[in-house]
Write a protein that binds this ligand. Sequence first.
Ligand code: HAS
Ligand code: CU
Length: 549
Amino acid sequence: MMVSNQFKTTLLIGLTMPMSLFILGVYNGVMQTLYRSGVLHQHATAGINYYQGLTMHGVINAIVLTTFFAVVFGHYTITNYLKKEPSKWSYMLSMILMVIGSAIDLVVMVLGKASALYTFYAPLQASALFYIGTAMLIIGSWIAFAGWVKIWFEWKKENPSLHMPIAILGTFVNFTMWFMASIPVIYELLVLLTPWALGLTNQVNVPMTRTLFWMFGHPLVYFWILPAYVGYYTMLPKIAGGKLYSGNAARLALLLFLILSTPVGVHHQFSEGGIAPSIKLWVSILTFGVSIPSFMTAFTVGASLEYAGRKRGAKGLFQWMSRLPWLRADNYLFGYFICGLILFIFGGLSGIVNGSYTLNQLVHNTGWVPGHFHMTVAGPSILFILGLTLFMYQHLSGKPMTSKFTVTIIPYLWTVGVSLLSHGLMAGGLMGEPRRTNMGLTYTNPESPLYNSHWVPSSTVTMVGGLIMGTAALLYFISFFKMLCNKAVELPTISMPESEELHNEREIPLLLNMKPWIILAVILIGSTYIPSFKNVFKYGKPVESKYHM
Ligand code: HAS
Ligand code: CU
């Protein structure tokens, strides 16, 4: 479908700005591996110290890029399926807030005034501007969502007999969950942290800020991955040459995320003294529950891929895998999808280890945790972002993508890098190697009390993985910015592969109505957070405490 110039320009800004910042985010990621492996000894390189670089890496890659992408992909998907552009007020205001908010965050991080990590809870303190900038980014994304809801109701009025397409259900589930989960973090940012950073109060309730953060922080990880799930269900079967195995299973999996994503945040606080073991046990059970929609996705998407392979004549149990369109320059998106899925098998399984209350004691705060999340957020989430950014930019700008071969091999190279990086981090973590620690000063210094010879090989594997990821990212930036410099040869459009469903399934009214699921989500959130906050108020109180890195 054709789009207005203003809408097109807004979306292109929403793709280009975070992708440019991503260069800095990736650079700081590679630097992490050099510090940790002991290749770099100094406290700061190019004026950026360890915690400043780690903050930039997390904030740019995991908060700024992902939020911009979710919003642009949402605009793109909604417009494609409803054949309507969102209102100008919503996309313009949302993009202005997001761009200004991220620019503020960038400036304070570069100046070294906001090295409080991407988890930004107290007692690490950032500049008040960082808290305000982050709040602007989040509120900006809410405004885009409001615009989609408005055109959805208009569309529904015009098409009363049609159901919400799966891609729109996925986008609405994601943003409803995001909206509910980001209210606590906006409260934390604007009511607790900003006055504390401004010096209006010198006291802060540390467990309270942590609990509010994780109430947002866990749904945040599903906010990163749900756009990819939308793609796996609605685009991948078509790209692979098949059909979606079950539309009802896809709808159910997406709706399960709506109810189970937010109540499980306490699984990041299993080691937090002030929260009762009974709540943690309940959260551990719910965490196994939130793995179910991903297991369902593995089945539905796996079956859709098998169908595609068999349609190409595959026989036996496994031949379908080799019949999939691997490494085809005329179908480069497939690599970004399949590599993400393969990494996620291991990312998901390591998550289930984390979610087990007792096993968590072994891995918490070790390298295992970043090992886990690089196979999730740096796996399916980022690969989807990379692939779809190329795809959407190409369609929205009408510019040709000339580096077809390079963009086809990038996801495979990236996957080799992530596998080595995560393996090194997890192996080191199981041997007690801490996360978020500048290890470089200890590895090459056997005199240091922190020196542990067992961590040397694992951190070296991590570094090799990091360098391969850095190379893949560099090739990506070259390809992306080369496309930007090309002249438009086609008219800007919005279009995307749309998968058909394999079976003509029975309609299940409960899967076509989000309301009961939203109510259940609120009840489940209450079941963990009412007792958690009671504990936090009972055992935690505001204290004078702040640290700067
Ligand atoms: Fe996690 C920590 C538990 C999923 C990200 N996680 C983190 C952190 C991040 C993160 C960033 O319970 C660190 C936060 C920090 O800085 O402290 N996580 C889980 C569980 C899941 C999970 C149970 N995490 C994710 C996703 C993320 C993410 C998704 C980002 C996108 N995580 C935890 C816990 C912690 C944690 C604890 C706290 C640890 C601590 O102590 O600090 C589940 O949702 C995972 C379910 C997934 C599956 C996999 C399904 C497989 C699929 C692929 C199928 C493949 C096919 C291809 C079809 C069960 C869908 C086949 C074709 C061929 C050709 C082979
Ligand atoms: Cu989590």
